[in-house]
Ligand binder design. Structure first.
Ligand code: C5P
Length: 414
């Protein structure tokens, strides 16, 4: 487990109830071989004592910028230079606001300004504070400044509310640290394989007309690209889209839902992961005309009979265990997103679903950005995580990382 021997992690702890979990984060990082130094804000010390984190890290815990004794040992600038990685967990709304402003009014914010090290942050706060426009503004600033966000997760909160804002679990945070320090292996050195569907399907009415939708394929292509960067072998089955094929991706072009279904049935049983990102037409014409349908003068209407297409992803989810990959679907919703997404997760027998709000302007279909809920099955039923508005590339990274965590978990279970 000690694969990160000698990696120097500066753990910042700010003042939220989740601070008690930072003890476990220190232990996990130490088990992975990291050298860990902890810096606590004043608020953090109301929730957990420096002594606890000192005992676990084996290093003096720093709490004050103006501490002559500590500065005589490792001064704050040296500490900033020492870190290979800064991790803040939990990060409160207040700390996010101060960091977004570039303030240096305590040791932790000063270190963040003084260091060039890469940085991860696990926000934790009440759901209303997380949703507040000011926090969301700060979040975007921090992401633009190079902070990588871990979570927050959603669910029951210490204050009794339910919603997004719960700190991601310590193992998700240590996984993010491991992923940060682990270069993606070259694709050929791994047998892990993901099949992704992307784009729209086209259902012919006659030789010149079809039914389709506005899917651009951007999200599916971003997933393919992110999966390659994580060292996976990628097969992308896509409908008609205007997107360049990412490097090292095997691309299978199809037009109709039935063609997509046939390609998926052929390829998914050999895959470890299946991601259904395509906007598959739910219906097709029962019998497309073999010649162009003519306009007639004797009727103002034209009746077409449509029949249901196969539910491609549900068919993969229903494959026998020996051939079934981990299955991840997408849901585009306009209201009660989590509720409908959870229902779809269960109904289609998926392992995870990525649900996005298609009513929000500038996000989703055709755009470059997206925000989403990730919901997955766990021993407790379901767990979820909110991914705020970000580029489809960034969201794709987060989806692939969570998919790999699920895949790792399923390999562990007998
Ligand atoms: O039922 P709905 O279309 O909302 O479900 C969306 C999810 O199901 C997506 O992952 C999509 O790729 C997949 N899907 C499918 N086959 C269909 C319809 C949807 O694989 N016929």
């Amino acid at each position: 487990m000690a694969r990160l021997t000698g990696k120097r992690v500066l753990l910042g702890v700010s003042g939220g109830i989740a601070a008690y979990k930072s003890a476990l984060i220190v232990r996990l990082l130490k088990q992975m071989g990291c050298d860990v130094r902890v810096v606590m804000t004043e608020g953090a010390q109301a929730f957990i004592t420096p002594m606890t984190l000192q005992a676990l890290s084996g290093e003096e815990v720093r709490t004050s910028l103006l501490d002559p004794q500590a500065e005589a040992g490792m001064g704050h600038i040296e500490l900033a230079r020492w870190a290979d990685l800064i991790v803040i967990a939990p990060a409160t709304a207040d700390l996010m606001a101060r960091l977004a402003q570039g303030m240096a009014d305590d040791l932790l914010t000063t270190l963040c300004l003084a260091s060039d090290a890469p940085r991860l942050m696990a926000p934790a706060m009440n759901q209303a504070m997380w949703r507040h426009i000011a926090t969301q503004r700060n979040l975007h600033t921090l992401i633009d400044d190079g902070w990588q966000m871990i979570g927050p997760a959603a669910g029951e909160q210490a204050c009794g509310d339910t919603g997004p804002g719960r700190m991601s679990e310590p193992d998700a945070i240590s996984d993010a640290v491991m992923a940060h320090f682990t270069p993606a292996p070259p694709p050929d050195s791994t047998s892990r394989h993901v099949v992704i569907t992307a784009g729209p399907t086209r259902e012919p009415l006659d030789p010149v007309r079809y039914i389709s939708n506005h899917s651009s394929g951007k999200m599916g292509f971003a997933l393919a690209d992110a999966a390659v960067r994580q060292g996976l072998n990628v097969t992308l089955i896509c409908g008609p889209v205007n997107q360049p094929t990412p490097d090292k991706v095997e691309r299978v072009d199809i037009e109709t839902a039935r063609e997509m279904d046939a390609a998926v049935q052929r390829l998914a049983p050999q895959a470890d992961l299946f991601i259904g990102c395509a906007a598959v037409a739910d219906y097709r014409l029962e019998a497309p005309s073999t010649h162009k349908i003519k306009k007639t003068d004797d009727s103002e209407t034209l009746t077409l009979t449509l029949i249901k297409n196969p539910d491609i992803i549900a068919r993969v989810a229903a494959m026998p265990a020996s051939r079934r990959p981990i299955v991840i679907g997408f849901a585009a919703e306009t209201n009660e997103i989590e509720h409908y997404a959870r229902d779809k997760l269960m109904r289609k027998g998926l392992d995870m679903i990525v649900a996005n709000d298609v009513s929000a302007s500038g996000l989703g279909f055709g755009s470059d950005d997206n925000a989403a809920w990730l919901l997955w099955r766990s021993q407790e039923g379901t767990e979820s995580e909110h991914q705020p508005a970000q580029s489809k590339q960034q969201l794709a990274e987060a989806i692939i990382q969570q998919a790999l965590r699920l895949s790792k978990r399923s390999q562990k279970s007998p």
